[in-house]
Unconditional design. Structure first.
Length: 239
């Protein structure tokens, strides 16, 4: 009987442990990017954190939780945690550059002499890249200025008004602001110590501030951060 109770107790303990989340220590790496201040979000708990300057992070999680890794210059990754991920001393995940980033262009073989370089540089005629018939398909045949005026101002049948872009927020307020501005903005413009940047952003995080993340409210956001930085520094001095 005692052995049965012990076995049941061990099974119950195992089930409870499997349901409880535990700190997961991880490292984000990349072959080409400097990994720092990336968002690490547990989509299952809606909790988030950021990587440090070396790409390290720690977040509470368990098996089957989905972690999202996102940043301004990387492709967003959603990763479902497996049991083996918790057996390793360090969970490591690799991220890739965002596909919209422009690749580095290296120009070599130039002498510095404009006349010489312009002769030796291969030139592709732009005219060869376009079909004149397609470009002029919708051009009016009216001659002179009148024709040009009609071409610009006359509305084509069935033309719809452009739909307005609607901003969709994907990160929390502190993470979004941290991704937008570099250290110099916080340390030099707002006089926030580098080690206090994230503390300040969480201090400034209010529900009324989220609408300031829209692209057309940049000036209002900067003004808001300026006011909050003065409040934060005053509060820090008093304490």
């Amino acid at each position: 009987m005692n052995k049965l109770l012990i076995i049941l107790f061990l099974l119950l303990t195992t089930l409870v442990s499997a349901q409880n989340r535990q700190p997961l220590q991880g490292l984000v790496i990349s072959d080409t990017l400097k990994i720092e201040y990336l968002s690490v979000i547990n989509l299952s708990t809606k909790k988030d954190t950021i990587t440090d300057e070396a790409g390290n992070f720690m977040i509470d999680a368990r098996v089957t939780d989905t972690l999202r890794f996102a940043g301004a210059l990387v492709q967003t990754i959603d990763y479902v945690l497996q049991e083996n991920d918790f057996k390793e001393e360090l969970f490591i995940i690799r991220v890739s550059p965002d596909a919209t980033m422009l690749k580095e262009v290296v120009i070599s073989g130039l002498t510095g002499n404009l006349a010489t370089d312009s002769k030796n540089t291969e030139v592709t005629l732009l005219n060869s890249q376009f079909k004149t018939a397609e470009i002029n398909e919708h051009v009016y045949n009216s001659p002179g200025f009148v024709g040009l005026f009609k071409m610009i101002f006359k509305k084509k049948p069935g033309t719809k008004k452009a739909t307005r872009y609607k901003y969709k927020q994907t990160n929390s307020f502190p993470i979004e602001v941290r991704n937008r501005y570099d250290d110099n903005y916080f340390t030099e413009t707002l006089s926030i110590p580098q080690e206090d940047i994230m503390k300040f952003l969480y201090y400034a995080d209010t529900r009324t501030a989220y609408h300031l993340l829209e692209p057309n409210k940049e000036l209002e956001l900067l003004q808001f951060l300026r006011e909050k930085s003065m409040e934060y520094l005053k509060h820090k001095e008093e304490n």
